[in-house]
Design a protein around this ligand. Structure first.
Ligand code: C2E
Ligand code: MG
Ligand code: MG
Ligand code: MG
Length: 282
């Protein structure tokens, strides 16, 4: 819906570049207002063990409820990064995840790991590691239950600043995953130096299976990760045939629509109860 613009100059500008700048400004203002309210929610997607199908934990995926609909993270995380809003938003996300971990412990007596996605910008700031540690203490949860996912491409760019921070998090007990692996440019020497517990094969390779190039890359990444002592996770697994191929290559954990979409907190809690009930029945 076009705003009535009286200034000719602005109207021309708007007409030439489309509405994108105004849209972004509107998004930024709305996002700023949404942070630290319940308009920011986390959904939880299960990760399951390749060999047994048992629940290994969840990945937390942020959702922004705006005007009654969910805005996907790809639409607002870049804006949050460009405007610095990623700092308060990232802190809120970490707090929501910590509260959920704590709730599953206290209400269900279950230790369920939750992995939170991080923007590399957050990590470059020394403040973040402090915030992570104080959150773990405040919610009184084991650090290995509040995991972090970093994308490979973002990490490579800031590696020298990030490495000491990652090491201090690792020493504190935090488990770190390298996300979307295979799409970035991390050199092998950095990969070896980084305190990474999990390597997540990017969905684009999983999607292309069983094409021969994707087969070769998925196999090599599995060998590489295992050689470096990491566990391998495949994301975006959508069918059983793909799961079987990846299991044959030694992948340890699977995540994707074949198992479950990202779930609301209530749905995730129901998923856990079901998973544990089935296990007791075995
Ligand atoms: P990601 O970390 O690689 O997350 C996986 C994305 O793939 C999620 O999209 C998920 O819903 C989707 N997905 C999962 N399984 C399947 C599948 O089987 N098939 C297909 N086609 N897609 C699948 P989502 O939730 O839209 O998140 C997109 C990206 O936004 C994430 O990619 C992550 O990089 C970023 N993101 C999400 N939450 C946060 C957050 O809290 N903080 C930051 N900084 N980034 C976040
Ligand atoms: Mg992720
Ligand atoms: Mg990923
Ligand atoms: Mg991905």
């Amino acid at each position: 819906t076009a705003q009535p613009l009286t200034d000719k100059r602005i109207r021309l500008y708007d007409a030439v570049i489309g509405k994108s700048i105004l849209d972004r400004m509107e998004m930024e203002i709305a996002l700023r207002a949404a942070i630290n309210t319940d308009a920011i929610e986390l959904f939880y997607q299960p990760k399951v063990a390749a060999n047994t199908g048992r629940l290994c934990g969840f990945e937390a995926l942020v959702r922004w409820k705006k005007d009654g609909a969910y805005v996907p993270p790809d639409h607002f995380i870049p804006i949050a990064e460009e405007t610095g809003l990623i700092m308060p938003l990232g802190e809120q996300i970490l707090k929501i995840a910590a509260a959920q971990v704590s709730d599953w412990i206290s209400a269900h007596n279950l230790n369920i790991p939750v992995a939170v996605n991080m923007s590399a910008l957050q990590l470059v700031s020394e403040k973040f590691a402090h915030f992570y540690k104080s959150t773990v203490k405040r919610y009184d949860i084991p650090a290995d239950l509040l995991q972090l996912e970093l994308t490979e491409s973002a990490t490579a760019e800031y590696i020298d600043d990030i490495l000491p921070i990652l090491n201090s998090l690792r020493d504190f007990g935090c488990m770190i995953a390298l996300d979307d692996f295979g799409t970035g440019y991390s050199s092998l020497s950095y990969l070896k130096k980084m305190p990474i517990s999990y390597l997540k094969l990017d969905r684009s390779f999983v999607e292309d299976l069983p094409d021969s190039d994707a087969m070769a890359l998925a196999r090599i990444i599995s060998l590489l990760g295992h050689e470096l002592g990491m566990e391998l996770i495949a994301e975006g697994v959508e069918d059983e045939q793909t799961a079987q191929i990846l299991e044959g290559m030694g992948y340890d954990q699977f995540q994707g629509y074949h198992y479950s979409k990202p779930l609301s907190p209530d749905e995730a809690t129901a998923w856990i109860s079901r998973a544990y009930r089935n296990e007791e029945a075995v």
